[in-house]
Design a protein around this ligand. Structure first.
Ligand SMILES: *[C@@H]1O[C@H](CO)[C@@H](O)[C@H](O)[C@H]1NC(C)=O
Ligand SMILES: *[C@@H]1O[C@H](CO)[C@@H](O)[C@H](O)[C@H]1NC(C)=O
Ligand SMILES: *[C@@H]1O[C@H](CO)[C@@H](O)[C@H](O)[C@H]1NC(C)=O
Ligand SMILES: [Zn+2]
Length: 361
């Protein structure tokens, strides 16, 4: 009975130890994004593509079937801390009211044209000039960032597209191996209205129709990105829309941007694609890494400085329980042995001093 009890307790503790050490790994999710039959769209160049038939892109655009496609899921446990990654330094982002910027609904996204006086002066081997920024989003039910972190989507994502200054234009650079650098930021929901995002979102109604555009005053575009530009992920990828050229040096910031629930709803709910369909869920599903490495400019899993993580505490508690069980077991085993040897001794005594016992009796 007691032996069984100890064995069960030991087994139970071991199971808990294993459980505690593995429970920190993230839950599985195939990362696929279901798209419903919404807008089918014809681009101005005659190629048809839409977000609800992403599997068909590679038939018309061969690069979409390549091995360095974007977006991707960033598995934070697999990123490679690379302290040598130079921090991103931006110049010319602080625009004044004039000249105005063109905001347009191109049927796939909401896009703001940027002057090439805006540039990334440090972070890459060459200077990269800004061309445009645009967004990817979902719907009220579906978060629509393109990149995911540990298989989790954020509500929306901003992309600021830059091209290598050694090329004459974005279109010339787009197909070159070192052509593009895109800065990506996740947009989540916060308590407060984001007044910087409002500079774009307040003009949404003016571009609700596909292929419509409007002018908005210039502003400090730096404020659309996270405050902290030092923490980012870096990988080699592609355009996330056809023709999917594999020419993008991606930077995805770790700090997220927040807008109010109302602002996000406006983005999800105002623009039209085609005749009467909503322009929403304009995100591509995460693509396979095919052996690519994702670098991180920061330590992904910081070592706890003061205090222990929940996992550590659990491991220590069950470790202690395990040790206690061993100790009790050892003591039990000892006492059993002593009893047995006493019994052996007394039986010997019985044999040796039999006559004496008889005397007493
Ligand atoms: C992206 O930029 C980094 C940093 O300059 C560089 O090491 C890497 O080779 C670049 N990737 C491509 C595809 O040019
Ligand atoms: C990205 O591509 C460049 C050029 O091919 C290569 O030198 C670099 O090592 C790649 N970066 C990563 C993180 O694999
Ligand atoms: C930022 O980094 C931390 C630490 O690795 C991670 O837990 C978190 O998910 C990251 N968030 C984003 C948006 O990258
Ligand atoms: Zn994009």
């Amino acid at each position: 009975m007691q032996w069984e009890f100890f064995l069960t307790l030991l087994l139970f503790n071991s199971l808990w130890l294993i459980e505690a050490s593995t429970s920190s790994s993230s839950e599985e999710d195939d990362g696929s994004s279901e798209q419903d039959e919404e807008h089918h769209k014809t681009s101005s160049h005659g190629h048809h593509w839409s977000y609800n038939d992403q599997e068909a892109w590679s038939a018309a655009f061969q690069h979409c079937n390549g091995k360095s496609q974007s977006p991707i899921d960033v598995d934070t446990s697999k990123t490679i801390f690379t302290p040598s990654l130079p921090p991103i330094v931006l110049e010319g982002y602080d625009l004044t009211d004039a000249p105005a910027l063109t905001l347009m609904n191109n049927g796939h996204t909401l896009q703001l044209s940027l002057p090439n006086s805006m540039r990334i002066v440090r972070g890459f081997d060459q200077v990269y000039l800004a061309a445009q920024l645009h967004f990817h989003w979902g719907s009220v039910e579906v978060p629509g960032s393109e990149h995911t972190i540990d298989n989790v989507h954020f509500p929306a994502e901003i992309h600021v597209v830059h091209y290598n200054s050694k090329y004459a234009s974005l279109s010339e650079a787009a197909s070159k191996p070192d052509g593009l650098a895109v800065l990506g930021g996740f947009i989540g929901i916060g308590l407060h209205e984001n007044e910087n995002y409002e500079k774009i979102l307040s003009a949404l109604r003016d571009v609700s129709a596909e292929e419509s555009n409007t002018e908005i005053p210039g502003f400090n575009v730096r404020h659309l990105l996270p405050k902290n530009l030092e923490k980012f992920y870096r990988y080699n990828g592609s355009l996330t829309t056809p023709p999917c050229f594999q020419t993008v040096n991606w930077t995805i910031f770790n700090e997220t941007i927040t807008v109010s629930r109302r602002q996000l709803a406006a983005l999800e709910d105002t623009l039209k694609a085609g005749q009467n369909q909503l322009l929403s869920k304009n995100f591509r599903a995460p693509q396979l890494l095919h052996g690519r490495r994702v670098q991180a400019s920061f330590i992904s899993k910081p070592i706890p400085q003061n205090g222990l993580s929940r996992g550590d505490t659990l491991a220590i508690v069950f470790g202690a329980l395990f040790a206690a069980t061993l100790l009790v077991f050892a003591v039990y085993a000892c006492t059993q042995r002593r009893k047995y040897s006493k019994f052996k001794n007394s039986s010997k005594q019985n044999v040796i001093y039999k006559p004496a016992i008889k005397e007493e009796a």
